[in-house]
Design a binder for this molecule. Structure first.
Ligand SMILES: Cc1cc2nc3c(=O)[nH]c(=O)nc-3n(C[C@H](O)[C@H](O)[C@H](O)COP(=O)(O)O)c2cc1C
Length: 202
């Protein structure tokens, strides 16, 4: 018993002071992957709304929140988008999707006019992470800025002129075939100033 308590304390000390800072949040971040292989499932409307709620928790420049979310759980609409978008052919199998779109009327003008792209991107990433955390799969497929991709999405979803679709995110149950990548690259970290090469230390 004493040994178990000692090991537990040792583990806790390692977690707090050790190099790795793994917790539920960071685990989700590192386990997220683009899921392109799905098995059939049912995703409840409340779950899809929860993903969008996570999207709306994203940071937003000047807190303008210039985003709109179109949840698609009608298989016929998913299929139309699947067929129209050349790089989203996993959508039909996924069965569900969320379009993250910018609302240009809610956006600041002038030099701040492009912030909707960053805000909606942050929202899209939150959706991907929330999906991962719930055991669902998702993948960001690009719509904006490609005019050829924006056009069919606008037409199929009946979007008005002030709503620009940024990302089409198929959502469903992952088959397990897609795995997270280890992308850590120390040479891309630069401490305090640009060195042009891997920085030797902190
Ligand atoms: C802006 C953006 C656009 C993307 N567009 C597509 C796409 O159209 N189709 C697709 O299958 N994946 C798309 N992806 C997913 C990337 O291919 C994927 O993130 C990358 O290969 C890294 O893999 P990972 O997400 O599993 O880490 C996109 C990702 C981003 C951020």
């Amino acid at each position: 018993m004493k040994k178990v308590v000692f090991m537990a304390i040792l583990f806790a000390v390692f977690c707090v002071f050790g190099g790795e800072k793994m917790n539920e949040t960071t685990k989700t971040i590192f386990n997220r992957k683009s899921v392109r292989n799905y098995v059939e499932t049912t995703v409840a409307p409340e779950t899809l709304e929860f993903l969008v709620k996570a999207g709306m928790a994203a940071p937003s420049a000047m807190d303008r929140r210039p985003w709109e979310f179109i949840i698609i759980n009608d298989k016929a609409v998913v299929k139309k988008l699947n067929d129209a978008l050349p790089h989203a052919k996993m959508a039909e199998k996924a069965g569900y999707a969320i379009v993250v779109a910018g609302n240009i009327e809610k956006q600041a003008g002038g030099k701040d006019a492009n912030f909707w792209i960053m805000d909606c991107s942050a929202a899209a990433q939150n959706i991907l992470l929330a999906a991962e955390s719930l055991g669902l799969g998702a993948v960001w497929t690009a719509v904006y800025p490609s005019a050829e991709r924006v056009k069919p999405v606008v037409e199929i979803l009946g979007l008005p002129a002030n709503i620009v679709p940024l990302a089409f995110i198929p959502v469903g149950k992952p088959s397990g075939a897609d795995k997270p990548k280890d992308k850590f690259d120390k040479t891309r970290i630069h401490w305090n100033h640009w060195t042009g090469k891997a920085n030797p230390g902190k």
